[in-house]
Write a protein that binds this ligand. Structure first.
Ligand code: CTP
Ligand code: MG
Length: 185
């Protein structure tokens, strides 16, 4: 039980970090350039910025590189055998798609939230907690299918679907109280 949680979190760390780092470093020019759609609402909104996207992706990748460095020295943590992101360029691609994909998932959902009339920051339970997970999985599945299917087994996927909303809730409450998030979700 503890073992599968550690393995799952380890695999997802490069996808978990970008969202919080986007909140820390985000701001400035919105990705949609301020454009509104024919429904009169913003395409994505001011909550999706270039700075957040780029800084978030870089932070997620740096964490992934740190994990690769750790793996080069040790193959386990707390006695749990750790999975690797692959070898060489393949591993870099996996780290990139986990990181960038998570922000892409979050951004796609902002698009649909605006179309449904939800304002920036409005809570959409379930979606807010899992959109970035879906984005990271989908992009990684497309780019590295063999690695993805070999590592994200049904047990790992199920574990992540349960623990991610809990982790998301905790980090967002922390983010709210230290002032980088406007809402605690
Ligand atoms: N952020 C950013 N760029 C991104 C993603 C996030 O700058 N690509 C920053 C924004 O400052 C945003 C904060 O991180 O307000 C929190 O992200 P999120 O909760 O996803 O954005 P919301 O403001 O809630 O907007 P939305 O309703 O579109 O999700
Ligand atoms: Mg939000």
């Amino acid at each position: 039980m503890i073992e599968i949680i550690i393995t799952a979190v380890w695999l997802m760390l490069p996808a978990y970090l970008p969202n919080s780092m986007a909140a820390v470093f985000g701001g400035g020019r919105p990705i949609d350039g301020g454009r509104t759609m024919s429904d009169g609402r913003r395409m994505l909104g001011d909550g999706k910025t270039w700075r957040g996207l780029i800084a978030g992706t870089i932070c997620g990748m740096l964490l992934g590189l740190l994990q690769m460095y750790y793996l080069s020295r040790s193959s386990s943590i707390f006695g749990v055998e750790l999975p690797s992101f692959g070898e060489g360029m393949g591993a870099l691609l996996v780290i990139f798609t986990l990181s960038f994909g998570s922000l892409l998932g979050d951004m796609s959902m902002s698009y649909f939230k605006r179309r449904m009339g939800y304002k920036r920051g409005a809570a959409l339970p379930g979606v807010d907690q899992l959109d970035f997970v879906m984005g990271a999985w989908l992009l990684t599945l497309i780019a590295s299918p063999a690695w993805f299917l070999g590592n994200f087994t049904s047990g790992i996927v199920l574990t992540l679907l349960i623990i991610t909303p809990l982790l998301h809730f905790v980090t967002n409450v922390v983010g709210y109280f230290i002032g980088v998030k406007n809402e605690p979700w």
